[in-house]
Design a protein around this ligand. Structure first.
Ligand code: COA
Length: 175
């Protein structure tokens, strides 16, 4: 089985992000815009106090590291009563989907958020027809909380989106 390493993303990963988000299938599942640029990603990957970006790496044919997936946690450090909540977004390069990369990244993000950052609510949005993503989220205990109609524009039409969340403390009481 391929060894999947998770590490923090850096601006030097910009080219790998362009490769992940150059696939129409990945664009289809996310809010990214066609024709990503390295410069744009280099800026986005500069350290920001409210975003933690992780990447998944696997060895290429020569044994060198290649980045094949990314996941980001969007924190609320300046919102006193929403510090316990964080947003989540992720993508896996098309040729590496269905091989456990998404699962490895989600496990790392959930552990970081819940065991180290004291985040008890992880939230995300997903197109209602993105079955692989919804299956992954349900596997990690995310539940559908609502449906936003015509939320986003995708390939010539508006699409509905589910809001999903995973709660660490279903009774809502902080210990
Ligand atoms: C959604 C995505 C991140 C999943 O990553 P992945 O590496 O393919 O996921 P994994 O291989 O770890 O599989 C995780 C689970 O997803 C589900 N899944 C994966 N591929 C699937 C498919 N083609 N159909 C249905 N379910 C699927 C399964 O439940 C699987 O768990 P299992 O293997 O234990 O049964 C990836 O497909 C992706 O990047 N898609 C394009 C971008 C995107 O849609 N991002 C999400 C935005 S909300």
């Amino acid at each position: 089985m391929t060894q999947i390493q998770i590490r923090r993303a850096s601006p030097n990963d910009a080219q790998a992000f362009v490769e992940i988000f150059s696939s129409p299938q990945v664009i289809w599942g996310t809010l990214q815009v066609l024709y990503p640029s390295v410069e744009e990603w280099r800026k986005k990957l500069e350290p920001q106090p409210d975003i933690i970006s992780l990447v998944a790496c696997v060895p290429d044919a020569s044994g060198n590291e290649q980045v094949v997936g990314c996941i980001s946690l969007h924190l609320n450090p300046n919102r006193a009563r929403r510090k316990h909540a964080a947003g989540l977004g992720m993508a896996v390069r098309e040729d590496w989907q269905g091989k456990g990369v998404g699962t490895a990244m989600m496990q790392a993000a959930v552990d970081l958020a819940e065991k180290w950052l004291n985040i008890s609510r992880l939230e995300l949005q997903v197109y209602v027809d993105n079955e692989p993503a919804i299956a992954l989220y349900k596997k990690f205990g995310f539940e559908i909380e609502g449906r936003m109609k015509q939320d986003s524009f995708r390939d010539g039409e508006f699409v509905d989106v589910y809001s999903m969340a995973r709660l660490k403390r279903p009774n809502g009481r902080a210990e």
